[in-house]
Write a protein that binds this ligand. Sequence first.
Ligand SMILES: Nc1ncnc2c1ncn2[C@@H]1O[C@H](COP(=O)(O)OP(=O)(O)OP(=O)(O)O)[C@@H](O)[C@H]1O
Ligand SMILES: [Mg+2]
Length: 285
Amino acid sequence: MEAGDVSEMDLSYGSGSGEAEGKGKSELRTLLERDPSRAETVIEFRDVHLAFSREREVLAGVDLTVRRGETKIILGGSGEGKSTILRLALGLIQPTRGSIRLFGEEITTLDEAQLKPIRHRVGMVFQGGALFDSLTVAENVGFCPMENHGMTLEQAEPLIRRRLKYVGLSDAYDLMPSELSGGMAKRAAVARAMICSPEVLLFDEPTTGIDPIGVRRLLRLINRLRDDFEVTSVVVTHILKDARFIGDSLLVLRAGHIVFDGTFDELMATKDPFLRDFIAEQEGI
Ligand SMILES: Nc1ncnc2c1ncn2[C@@H]1O[C@H](COP(=O)(O)OP(=O)(O)OP(=O)(O)O)[C@@H](O)[C@H]1O
Ligand SMILES: [Mg+2]
């Protein structure tokens, strides 16, 4: 694609300025709350297995469905395979067997070139935030329009500034990542993931390593993305308290299987001994 083919507007969520905050609950949200099964499926795993070695399957038959407009939380202990699920959903790694559909399309049989346009509809906030240390915040946030749409930094600047404003980092344009606090770096990573207006955002442990105020701010940001732009989110975490603020529904991953799929309240009411222990180990619930 030639530089300039994509106008700033084409990369914006919705119509008009798009950035109006607090648009309130969308029709999609209301539909989801009344009857979740009517919303379109955007991510679907069926009987997904993955083994990195012959001794152990990390995922041993995972089924999951993420519908448009919902925020799905994936909970589980360290090493249970949460990040692996996100990498599979992006087609970065292939399952040993099973089906993975993204926007209705089976991605396990696609090559890199075929995957690219589908991947562009998904934004990822990697574990740890992972900004490029040698680039400014603006260059980090503008990565997608510059790399995928051939824009120059000057062309992308208005879009970068709007995204920085949205995440509460208006003054960070010229800063280096090392000048940001942990929470600010996470929000810059969100701005980078959302800049090309993806329909789906994947967050890997977005609240790890930041203070409680930063956590609250980030969780609110995830909620706003859903309410303002109908973004579908998958949020991986090992902190149940986070799930309470944002999740429409939760999955708990353990020993390669989804051992719980339901709402926060349903999880709280569970009598399953493993899940009761998992809840008991969490602080401040
Ligand atoms: N590329 C790889 N090669 C070999 N083993 C891997 C690879 N990636 C992940 N694993 C293994 O798969 C398992 C799941 O890893 P994963 O990173 O998905 O866990 P996680 O639930 O995200 O953990 P954490 O909460 O610590 O981030 C771990 O045992 C890990 O060692
Ligand atoms: Mg992980």
